[in-house]
Write a protein that binds this ligand. Sequence first.
Ligand SMILES: [Zn+2]
Length: 374
Amino acid sequence: MRSFSIHVGRLFGVEVRLHLTFLILPLFVFWTEYNANHIASGPRDLALVGIVLACVGAHEVAHMLVARRAGLIPKAVILLPLSGVTVFDESHVQPPQSGAAVWQRDVRIALTGPLVNLVFALLAAGVISLTVPGAKLWEWPFLQPSNLPRSLVWANLYLAGVNLLPAYPLDGGRVLRAYFARSIDPAAATRRAVSISHAIAMILMVAGLFSNAWLTMVGVIIFSAAQLEERAVIFQSVLDNVRLEEVMLTDFATLSPADTLEDALEKAVHSLQDDFPVVRGSDMVGVISRQRILEALRMEGNGYVQAVMNKIFEVSVRQESLATAFRKLTSRNLSIIPVVEDQRLVGIITLQNLMHSMALLAESRKLRRDESNS
Ligand SMILES: [Zn+2]
């Protein structure tokens, strides 16, 4: 989701990104306008896109401010034509609170967005009907570049309406998920909300074929957004529930600090490992990568592993979760974590092996779930 968006600025200290689908919106408006009237006004079309953007922005800022008051730290917000996605800073996520507090908080955060759009629509309608006599607020089409005041009112109403659909990850779906999460665990609650969301998306897509192309588009967006969320949930549950002993490599090569770099390279050639623990007797004394061995040989010629190995490293124990290991690897830019027990090296975790095993575990969990569902 993040990779398809561009940075546009900061608001209240939070990074604001624009999803690339937003760039299609001006073209779509221009095209529909031209098809309907055979004329199109660039500036007015852009103004309409600007109005939609402002309404989505207000909606997301509302979510963000309530989330922040509840103690969550928003890192970035990605604006889509339909709604937005707030990315929270995961390194600061608080320990899970009691169930009741969490679902009430989620409902409050979710409902604030549509509520703000409703309030804006009412305010705008009030002001416009007093000041713009020819606005004709109830005339079709509601969103039209030639009538921007009316579009302002209806953009807000549409946003509130669409986001209240019980289609996760839209706000209505988030409320539904929070409701499920009262009685079942969060991952299962997400899955249930996602299946309902998929059904709604299907109905919209099919309905759109017989009426308005916009419905199909909304359906497609909901479908893919729901799928993304589900994947993130599976990934997170693997991270939280799998212990290092389940995925660590137990069959691995080690080096000795007294090995020469040429010996080390010779060993590296016969191993699939990119990173090696350096062990003296039974003590872990350092780590070294294949890359580092090559560099040292190229720059300084042959020498000892002792001199070029990395003496600063993190160790983990068997029972730690994948999430902890993953954080250690990424936050310190490490590529290997030795797993020790009573000071003895019992396994290694490398970024490479973690990626492989996580994909495998996610897949096997999905298979097991499909089996239990059928
Ligand atoms: Zn929302």
